[in-house]
Design a protein around this ligand. Structure first.
Ligand SMILES: Cc1cc2nc3c(=O)[nH]c(=O)nc-3n(C[C@H](O)[C@H](O)[C@H](O)COP(=O)(O)O)c2cc1C
Ligand code: SF4
Length: 656
């Protein structure tokens, strides 16, 4: 086997910090997993991190934990202010360190970034000053001196707990506009006492926190600070301010490293940089780290869309940073480091930055996973692949994501699998989704699944439409139907006389489009947003009429919001809360879903419908009498998204 370390000499060079050796330059940044019970790590979280340590990560930073009870927001987080956190931390450390992986904890306080509390009420939010928060619509209470001292002490006590749990380091969050960042920022810190006003006064709280953390952590533990290289929001810290802050804090001699990210939680625009979607180019935060690295005498870590070892190698080789955070890269492929090191880089399942099942789940309060790899977050169920008791002949019908995943897993478990696809290529609806503007990278889902299918030894038969006769002829023991879905043909009054086309036709370039377009978007997902962008860029006047509160309501905020900004810039008019019921030569007729009143959109050349999908299940109906070995998965069972399709495929193949 080729030695991949030669291809990635910088990535696999060890890094020594404070006498501890990180075996390589790949780390998993702190990220909330929502794998907690009552604010404490669960078996699921231990198994999740152990999988990444086993896969070769040099360092895992465990998710943001609350350093003080006043920071308890509705986001499920570890209660590091409670002694009860110690055993959970210890179990993660004991599961990861034997793989040569260092383990740090991460401490934070959200300050005014307080979404609703776990009981549904609005907790009092504390901040340096009573400056309102735009994103969560919170008016915080200014902290008094006693509270400042208590929170500082809380950070110190929490660091002491991490030390007693056997962790190797502790990272403090001053990034992303949370409490420490709020003290640093002259727009959110307007205090008139010793903690506000001058540059040094604004740094005072952070310095006190770091001193307390160092006391709690002791001399042996590594202590780092996470900063945003810039906060990318209207009252966020800009790059020159951040450079001065980084240089001053690095010069104090308390810190062992700086970890550079981007964005702020405080606004919708800034927050998309916390987990950057595919709209941002891979590795785009590296120049922010490089600018800081030029000003400080400390190792600088960086994260932000570094999704492949080649990109990480480039960041390191060009001296932009000393460690590369590759968090989603290891959510989508925990074995990424090991594959890169052993010459199997081509087999890495690269993250496509869709933000669907990782941060998308987290923001909705569900355990994180990955659309491409549903085993992630489900390590306790699917962590170790077990060979099938009895290898069987399996016929999988449909080469979309559901069928590909089912075929790959079934074959990997030892079944003899043939995958039939009616079209000329594998991919299913992903082939269409990747045609949306800015979504080409989504096609990586197909590339990665095709690779899995090939590696597992599945026999693939393209251009073959499966009929009941063919099934009888092949006589498989198990049939998995993954026949997908087609656009839903909803009744639209007057559609005969109007110019109505369907979203897929537009995506395939099969429709003539007039200059004044209305898109009727029922699902409020990527399709409506993407079509609006594409047609507006083609020069059309676009009205996007959505059956929801906001365009893109059904998709994760960190994928949607960049798009909404783009549509606004392009002059797309968004009309919320309307259901389509008719059209004629010139108008499109909607009804307001709340008032029931008609909403008539005039001067329409083309009405584009994006009304969701209907299952293709005629084969399933024809086979209904089959008494055993018939499984329906993906959209033919119920039209949903790629995530559920791949998960259905895994579950079906696991059960064989
Ligand atoms: C599910 C999820 C939760 C996150 N929670 C945290 C967190 O607790 N603390 C933090 O500093 N960053 C958090 N982040 C941001 C990541 O640390 C990281 O900066 C971001 O994912 C970009 O890196 P990547 O492109 O390598 O994924 C989170 C990211 C994800 C995907
Ligand atoms: S769900 Fe999407 S963004 Fe998240 S890790 Fe998987 S591929 Fe990457």
């Amino acid at each position: 086997m080729m030695d991949g370390a030669q291809s990635f000499p910088h990535l696999f060079a060890p890094l020594e910090i404070r006498g501890q050796v990180l075996k390589n330059r790949i780390f998993s940044t702190g990220h909330m997993t929502v794998m907690l019970h009552d604010g404490l790590p669960t078996d699921r979280m231990v198994a999740y991190h152990a999988a990444r340590a086993r896969g070769g990560a040099g360092l895992i930073i465990i998710e943001a934990a609350r350093a003080h009870a006043s920071g308890d927001s509705g986001r499920p987080a570890i209660r590091a202010y409670d002694e009860a956190c110690i055993p959970g931390y210890r179990r993660i450390a004991e599961a990861c360190q034997p793989h040569g992986c260092k383990v740090f904890g991460q401490l934070t306080h959200p300050g005014r970034e307080m979404p609703q509390a776990a009981d549904g009420t609005h907790a009092v939010a504390y901040a340096p000053s009573a400056v309102p928060n735009e994103r969560f619509h919170v008016m915080p209470r200014a902290m008094n001196g006693a509270m400042i001292a208590d929170v500082v002490a809380g950070f110190g006590a929490a660091a002491d707990r991490l030390r007693r749990a056997g962790l190797d380091g502790v990272e403090v969050i001053a990034s992303h506009g949370y409490l420490l960042g709020q003290f640093l920022n002259p727009r959110t810190n307007i205090r008139a006492d010793g903690y506000g006003g001058t540059f040094d006064n604004r740094l005072r709280f952070v310095r006190e926190v770091l001193a307390a953390v160092r006391r709690g952590a002791g001399d042996a533990m590594i202590v780092g600070l996470r900063l945003s290289g810039e906060e990318n929001d209207h009252d966020g810290l800009d790059q020159p301010e951040m450079l001065d802050i980084a240089a001053a804090l690095a010069g104090d001699g308390v810190l062992d490293y700086l970890n550079v990210a981007a964005g702020t939680s405080a606004g919708l625009a800034g927050s998309t940089h916390i987990v950057p979607p595919m709209a941002y180019e891979a590795g785009y935060t590296a120049p922010l780290a490089a600018a800081i690295r030029a000003r400080v005498d400390l190792p600088v870590f960086v994260a932000g869309r570094i999704n492949q070892p080649q990109i990480a190698e480039e960041v390191l080789a060009t001296g932009q940073a000393d460690m590369c955070g590759m968090t989603r890269a290891m959510i989508s492929d925990p074995e990424m480091p090991a594959k890169a090191r052993t010459g199997q880089a081509d087999n890495i399942r690269a993250c496509v930055a869709c933000n669907q099942a990782c941060i998308g789940h987290m923001l909705n309060g569900y355990p994180i996973s990955c659309i491409q790899r549903p085993e992630t977050g489900r390590e306790l169920e699917y962590g170790t692949m077990t060979p099938a008791d009895t290898p069987r002949r399996v016929m999988v019908v449909g080469g979309g994501p559901a069928g590909m995943k089912a075929a790959a897993v079934a074959a990997a478990r030892g079944h003899r699998v043939t995958l039939f696809e009616a079209g000329a290529a594998l991919g299913g609806q992903v082939s269409l989704a990747q045609l949306l503007p800015g979504r080409a990278e989504f096609g990586g889902v197909t590339t990665n699944l095709v690779r899995e299918v090939e590696r597992a030894g599945v026999t693939v038969r393209l251009n073959t439409r499966v009929t009941p006769d063919l099934i009888a002829q092949e006589a498989p023991e198990e049939v998995i139907l993954a026949t997908g879905a087609v656009p839903r043909a909803a009744p639209v009054e007057g559609a005969d006389s109007a110019h109505v086309v369907e979203a897929w036709q537009v995506l395939r370039g099969e429709a003539n489009i007039g200059s004044r377009v209305v898109i009727a978007d029922w699902r409020c997902d990527w399709v409506g947003l993407g079509l609006a962008e594409r047609l507006a860029r083609d020069g059309c006047h676009v009205r996007l009429a959505v059956n929801g509160m906001v365009a893109g309501q059904s998709i994760p905020q960190y994928a949607r919001d960049v798009w909404l900004g783009t549509l606004h810039r392009l002059g797309v008019e968004i009309i919320p809360h309307v259901r389509l019921y008719g059209a004629d030569e010139q108008d499109a007729y909607f009804q307001h879903v709340l008032s029931g009143e008609p909403v008539v959109l005039e001067d329409v050349d083309t009405l584009v419908t994006a009304l969701g999908h209907s299952p293709v299940d005629d084969l399933a109906q024809a086979l209904e009498g089959r008494d055993r070995g018939l499984h329906l998965i993906g959209d033919c069972l119920s039209p949903r998204t790629v995530e559920e399709a791949v998960l259905d495929g895994l579950r079906a193949a696991w059960a064989l």
